[in-house]
Design a protein around this ligand. Structure first.
Ligand code: ATP
Length: 653
């Protein structure tokens, strides 16, 4: 914590003002971050680097941030890295005179292709020294690699990788290769990057119109700096929630300063925001304890796919430019041409732009029946032709986040709901408002829950109606939305979304397929996958055939060095963390064999699922969005049995 924070150029930056940032500057920063496990230290290291970039080469701030996050564009552009390992191995092997088999065995020994590539590059002799890589060049090349499609593109990609690889110095090769693999593995979460940006901006001379108005040689007291960091971090993080797009955010920071972000980057149709999420509850009594005298509503929890519908417009809605985004901000517009086609029926004449939060549910119009999620998942996922669509959907609208130029997220739910009902039409079997009732007694909640279950829903979403608590908490898993699923009647309060990291060869009827799997939860603190349970039930024969085929493409030679498991649980085949499955279980128990949530509840034991069974594949979740270690610990602790044990004094007391 420096005694005084000065506005001054960073002396130890390895490039000078106006010069393109060398890729080595970023690689060295990532290397330092990788070497520490303390989050605050990581933020400090990154903010120093970003500060140098802001002062010396501000044009490189945007690619710097993207590369730290291993992203190339906003998530909704679906431009992703994550090349097949074999191609990367081929590229590196060809440059360094190693066969594919040699590359494979080296990768198996270290569990990290990035390190293998770095070591191979260090011992490689070249006839001439290529020009040092710049950050901009690497970013542009990675974009080209990600954009290239089709069969013929493979050689082009390999060529591109090789031209970068031969120019790599020191740790550059490690991070280049890891970027291509789709995972940096340095434990840097997005929130830390945003915090580092806030620290860097707070220690930089003011941007925009006030630039020059401040004596840049002046010093700032640590107290003033701390207050400025807090204010900037709050502004950057809230703005990013409403407008998760660095392409929009970073230029504003540089041109006008952090203070003016909210007026330039607001929630707007076309840019998907991260949705509000709910906490599980443990039954009706739990709801009343949480809402303690406040009014709440119990909406039916439909079992389909989240659909955030954006209609831009100025004076009149521009339905032709409407988009539908998934829970993950992926663009699902081409999956739902039928829904887009029906938009005019939903919008009353008073609507010229809006953002709606909805659930798209498979629906049988003739019988007026909601169909199970499994039916919805058979719909084509992209470029569906309306005439070929077999599974019809009804969209259940449950929230209105933006209307006619105004973000509504800070207004309470009762006001948003009133606007929704005033400005939008219901159309039987096509557009319906989420059913529900404002409840004030246990009997009312229980009645609504049983009606929701009879209506083929998963349970209830219980939401605060009035006041501060009833705002739409963008990107947050909030206690102001509680889910009451039928799972709570059966055992554990919620289903769990786990990552498949290994497979066991099947026997008997399952020979030739995988018969069981090793599942893990994700720990964002350490960026690791911790084993959670073995699973072998809940699969139909057909499920096992399709899942085995999909998983085959994720098979890797050795476990990743960020997998945490006991060797006695090692599966026959390891998988790269890619598939997320929803599973249910009877309950959660402490386990000496599994590593999930290790240290959170018990110093030496992890938590494991008892009697887990497969429910479905969660295509709409990335592995990092799987149930986290903290959530596993919370679910474990919320179990009545555990609560009772913890209340009882132990013998030692
Ligand atoms: P999580 O990350 O919370 O586990 P999830 O995607 O696994 O999220 P659930 O926990 O089952 O989903 O519940 C939240 C989801 O329920 C929302 O993302 C939304 O898709 C769906 N949903 C259905 N009906 C409603 C409703 N009335 N209000 C809010 N969400 C609803």
């Amino acid at each position: 914590n420096p005694a005084k924070i000065k506005y001054h150029p960073i002396n130890d930056a390895c490039w000078s003002k106006g010069q393109e940032v060398p890729y080595l500057a970023l690689a060295t920063t990532l290397e330092e971050i990788e070497a520490t496990s303390a989050r605050l230290k990581m933020i400090e290291i990154l903010s120093n680097y970003l500060r140098s970039v802001i002062l010396l080469t501000p044009e490189d701030l945007l690619p710097s941030i993207y590369l730290c996050l291993n992203q190339l564009a906003p998530a909704y552009h679906s431009l992703e890295l994550g090349m097949a390992e074999t191609y990367i191995m081929k590229a590196v092997g060809q440059c360094t005179g190693r066969t594919l088999a040699q590359m494979k065995s080296a990768a198996k020994a270290t569990g990290d292709l990035g390190l293998v590539a770095e070591q191979a590059r260090a011992t490689q002799r070249t006839m001439f020294t290529p020009a040092p890589l710049t950050l901009r060049k690497v970013f542009a090349a990675l974009k080209e690699v990600a954009q290239a499609t089709g069969h013929a593109s493979v050689n082009k990609k390999i060529g591109k990788i090789q031209s970068l690889y031969v120019a790599c110095r020191h740790s550059e090769a490690r991070y280049l290769i890891r970027s291509l693999e789709g995972k940096l593995r340095i434990g840097l979460a997005e929130q830390s990057v945003l915090q580092a940006l806030a620290c860097a901006c707070a220690a930089s001379p003011p941007a925009g119109p006030s630039a020059g108005a401040v004596d840049v040689s002046a010093e700032m007291s640590p107290e003033k700096y701390k207050a400025r960091v807090e204010e900037f971090a709050l502004t950057i993080k809230t703005t990013y929630c409403e407008c998760p797009n660095y392409d929009a955010l970073v230029p504003v920071v540089l041109q006008y300063g952090v203070e003016r972000l909210p007026e330039h980057c607001r929630l707007s149709p076309g840019v998907p925001l991260k949705p509000m999420l709910a906490h599980p509850s443990r039954g009706v009594a739990d709801l009343f304890a949480r809402f303690d005298g406040e009014n709440f509503t119990c909406e039916w929890k439909y079992d389909g796919e989240r659909a955030q519908i954006h209609v831009p417009g100025n004076g009149a809605p521009d339905v032709g430019r409407a988009s539908i985004f998934s829970r993950n901000q992926e663009n699902n517009t081409s999956k739902y041409p039928d829904v887009i086609g029906r938009l005019p029926k939903l919008l009353k004449a008073s609507v010229h732009s809006c953002v709606l939060d909805c659930e798209a549910v498979a629906y049988d119009k003739q019988s007026g029946q909601i169909l199970p999620f499994q039916i919805l998942s058979t719909r084509k996922r992209k470029d569906a032709r309306e005439s070929e669509i077999k599974v019809q959907v009804c969209v259940f609208v449950f929230d209105l986040l933006y209307l006619n130029g105004e973000p509504l997220v800070r207004r309470p739910l009762d006001a948003r709901r009133a606007l929704l009902r005033d400005h939008f039409n219901e159309v039987e079997g096509e557009w319906q408002f989420a059913r529900g009732r404002d409840c004030s007694s246990t009997e009312e909640v229980e009645l609504e829950l049983s009606e929701a279950l009879r209506g083929s829903c998963e349970g209830l979403m219980v939401k605060a109606l009035e006041g501060e608590r009833a705002r739409y908490d963008i990107a947050r898993r909030s206690h102001n939305w509680l889910k009451l699923k039928k799972d709570y009647l059966e055992g554990c309060g919620d289903s769990i979304d786990a990552v498949v990291i290994g497979g066991f060869h099947g026997r008997g009827k399952r020979v030739g397929l995988y018969g069981g799997f090793l599942l893990a939860c994700y720990d964002p603190e350490t960026d690791a996958y911790q084993s959670l349970c073995k699973i072998g039930t809940g699969f139909s024969d057909e499920d096992l055939r399709t899942l085995s085929a999909t998983l085959q493409s994720h098979a890797i030679d050795a476990p990743r060095n960020y997998y945490r498991y006991e060797s006695s649980l090692a599966p026959d085949v390891w998988f790269a963390a890619a598939s997320v499955w929803e599973v249910r279980c009877a309950d959660l128990s402490l386990s000496p064999a599994h590593h999930a949530a290790l240290g959170l509840v018990d110093r030496e034991k992890g938590i494991s699922l008892r009697f887990p069974r497969f429910v479905r594949v969660r295509d709409d979740k990335t592995p990092e969005q799987a149930t986290s270690s903290r959530q596993i610990a919370d679910l474990y602790l919320a179990q009545d049995q555990v609560k009772n044990t913890m209340k009882r004094p132990s013998h030692a007391d």
